[in-house]
Design a protein around this ligand. Structure first.
Ligand code: GLY
Length: 409
């Protein structure tokens, strides 16, 4: 009896330690990634400081940059804040402050929904790491600007202004995209900091509407839902960056998992947790997810039952590109989700670590001095426009660094 008990105890300890190995990202691996990231970003910082624009991707072997009005500006200072957070080196803090503060005028930007990405990833990380009071008021103004795009009848924030649908058949007057879940974190922050529940109310309404109309019954997702502002009803459900209207664009699904996980953190409402977990399950159990767990740009490319709109150009590609940025986003989301998911937590964490292990391997993580000084290779921005296909993209780097920091915690 005693011997049996000892045997079972040994087996349990052994299996736990094997599992522990598989569910942690080793400190030496992380140190190596950040050491290489320092080399890459020293060069990228030099180039950005000359251009005074935000590194975004690469084209024809050269770095491409975004202007202040583009949605990706906040990822560059955000990545610099993560470099500072990991290394604690003042040089990265100085760079992060400099690049964050270039975005100040965006606090009044009401042209699109991306102000959350722009300002929370830059000023939000800056406030979290420094407590700079000036950043707080800029973030509150940014949240006010985002709220101008909310319509109570619809119950959602308008993502883009009038935009033709991908197939050119309609003009979308109130398009809301799944990505918009990411901007809600700015609103939750504003409510906490001001005590004004208006911001949180809007965030919750938006998340509920997204659950109702973007998330399908199998927990896959539409990219774009267009609303009628008179009736408040959804009138078009389609794609812009995915393969087909009924397909699942993998970055959109990753935005959903991240956004609903964060919304659960901020509300404690189990409906959001359930949605985050089911959307995560859809992603990580998908039959078309490659064994290294870095997804294709859409789960359903070229599958029967999925037709790409005629104006989409992804058929010009003679292969199906991956999207390492979708992998980085979902890895970061799964690490947070693992804390709330009860008995499924270890499985989400293990999957996140598998993704991070792939992303840190030579197949995706660039050798210093290559890849135009970005970290990740093989991201896909917009396959339908053959734009930023199989390229480095700054938001891929941002969520990769965030995930590494979450894995360390
Ligand atoms: N938010 C736009 C994108 O994910 O490409």
């Amino acid at each position: 009896m005693k011997a049996t008990f000892k045997f079972i105890l040994c087996l349990t300890i052994l299996s736990q330690s094997v599992f522990a190995q598989k569910s942690t990202f080793a400190t030496n691996q992380s140190n190596q990634v950040f050491a290489n990231a320092e080399l890459q970003y020293h060069s990228l910082l030099d180039s950005a400081n000359i251009k005074m624009k935000y590194p975004r991707s690469s084209k024809d072997g050269k770095i491409t940059y975004a202007g202040i009005e583009e949605w990706t500006g906040g990822f560059w200072p955000g990545a610099l804040w993560f470099m500072y957070e990991y290394t604690q080196k003042p040089e990265w803090k100085q760079a992060a402050i400099k690049w964050t503060e270039t975005l100040e005028s965006n606090q009044f930007n009401t042209n699109h929904h991306d102000i959350g990405f722009m300002m929370y990833n830059s000023y939000g990380n800056g406030y979290r790491l420094t407590g700079n009071e000036k950043y707080k008021s800029i973030l509150i103004q940014s949240a006010k600007s985002l709220c101008t795009r909310y319509n109570e009848k619809v119950g959602a924030i308008k993502s883009w202004n009038d935009k033709p649908s991908l197939d050119g058949k309609d003009i979308l007057h109130y398009p809301v995209i799944i990505d918009n879940m990411m901007n809600l974190e700015l609103l939750f922050f504003a409510s906490k900091i001001t005590g004004d529940t208006m911001y949180k109310h809007i965030a919750i309404k938006h998340a509920e509407k997204t659950m109702e109309n973007h998330v399908r019954s199998d927990f896959s997702s539409y990219h774009v839902v267009d609303y009628d502002t008179i009736t408040g009803k959804a009138i078009h459900k389609e794609t812009n960056q995915g393969f087909a209207h009924n397909s699942t664009w993998t970055r959109g699904q990753a935005w959903g998992v991240y956004g609903f996980t964060m919304t659960y953190r901020e509300t404690g409402d189990k409906r959001f947790l359930n949605t985050a977990m089911k959307m995560a399950d859809y992603f990580i159990n998908h039959k078309n997810l490659p064994s290294d767990k870095i997804p294709n740009w859409d789960f359903n490319v070229n599958e029967s039952g999925y037709t790409s709109p005629a104006s989409a150009q992804s058929n010009q590609l003679n292969y199906i590109p991956r999207d390492a940025s979708a992998a980085a986003i979902i890895a970061s989301a799964l690490l947070e989700l693992s804390n709330y998911a009860g008995t499924k937590g270890p499985m989400y964490k293990k999957t996140a670590i598998q993704i991070l292990t792939s992303l840190s391997s030579p197949s995706y993580f660039a050798k210093p001095g290559t890849n135009n000084h970005f970290l990740l290779m093989h991201c896909t921005g917009n396959a339908n426009r053959v734009s930023e296909v199989d390229k480095p993209i700054m938001y891929g780097d941002y969520y990769f660094l965030e995930a590494l920091l979450r894995a360390k915690k």
